[in-house]
Design a protein around this ligand. Sequence first.
Ligand SMILES: NC(=O)c1ccc[n+]([C@@H]2O[C@H](COP(=O)([O-])OP(=O)(O)OC[C@H]3O[C@@H](n4cnc5c(N)ncnc54)[C@H](OP(=O)(O)O)[C@@H]3O)[C@@H](O)[C@H]2O)c1
Length: 302
Amino acid sequence: MQKVLVTGSNGLLGQKLIRLLQTPLYANQFDYLGISRGENRLPRLTKNYHPVDLTNLQAVKAAIEVYQPHIIIHTAAMTQVDDCEMNREACWQQNVKAVEYLLQAAQPYQSHFIHLSTDFIFDGKTGMYDEQATPNPISYYGESKLAAEKIVNHSPLPWAIVRTVLVYGVAEAMSRTNIVLWVKQSLEAGKAIKVVNDQWRTPTLAEDLAQGCMLIASQKAKGIFNISGQELLTPYDIALATAHFFQLDASLIEKVDGSLFKQPAQRPPKTGFNIEKAVQLLGYRPHSFQEGLGVLKTQLVS
Ligand SMILES: NC(=O)c1ccc[n+]([C@@H]2O[C@H](COP(=O)([O-])OP(=O)(O)OC[C@H]3O[C@@H](n4cnc5c(N)ncnc54)[C@H](OP(=O)(O)O)[C@@H]3O)[C@@H](O)[C@H]2O)c1
């Protein structure tokens, strides 16, 4: 049995990974341990969960020494872009120091380190991006994630970096929302929303991202992989598609420019990923955005 440590198991991707690891396909091959800050928010996990603050080196070392993972899928991070801009020290601790600590603690076990990164390492001037594109972050979040990538890249452990884009999906007791849920909930409440139409992304179904991570884990693949959806959409396109899919009132959605919002952190205008490498090498097959909405809908009613 291969032992997989999933950091951030309380988060959106973390929860999807834990669910995937419980399916027959993976349950026969992998044992898992979820770690996150605070209490377990996925109660079905009770016996395979430890609360660990990843910014505490001793706690990280202790957890890894006990479990001795063959594979670490590091999803935990400070993911709110504006929070990172305003709380730089906390962002650095969670997004950079935690990576350093995990790599250091895992060294004796030569764990395969699968690290989650982001399209926000790019400036968004020349998307869509492939794995060779040159990063140039324009937010502190992006800077911290790029710094973490560099540390992973220089690690003596076997490693893979998974870059992803605008993840959507449903999870239990979520600490943050995502674009599809925000649009759906706002329109259901009859609330008018302003949505930008001058940014482009390839939105990613959380299940697809989890699947991409597990393809890497199963194949012990190394290097950088873009794992996202494949349709290039603006947030406004996403909002309209969501409204139509759930038969909600699309007239509540107002198309606006990003310049309308005064946010602490800058957003890259056009990211979006070319996922050909993951398709060819890993057999990665993401859902279309429309299919992704269908997956999300079944989870909301179940
Ligand atoms: N979501 C996106 O749109 C997106 C886009 C590009 C890249 N990514 C990357 O993909 C990864 C997964 O994202 P996600 O959306 O699943 O994130 P998420 O839902 O925000 O979950 C992150 C998890 O990390 C945990 N965490 C944060 N700091 C920690 C610490 N010091 N010790 C232990 N646990 C800690 C959080 O715990 P609490 O719940 O207790 O705070 C949370 O459960 C991240 O690395 C992110 O940078 C995400």
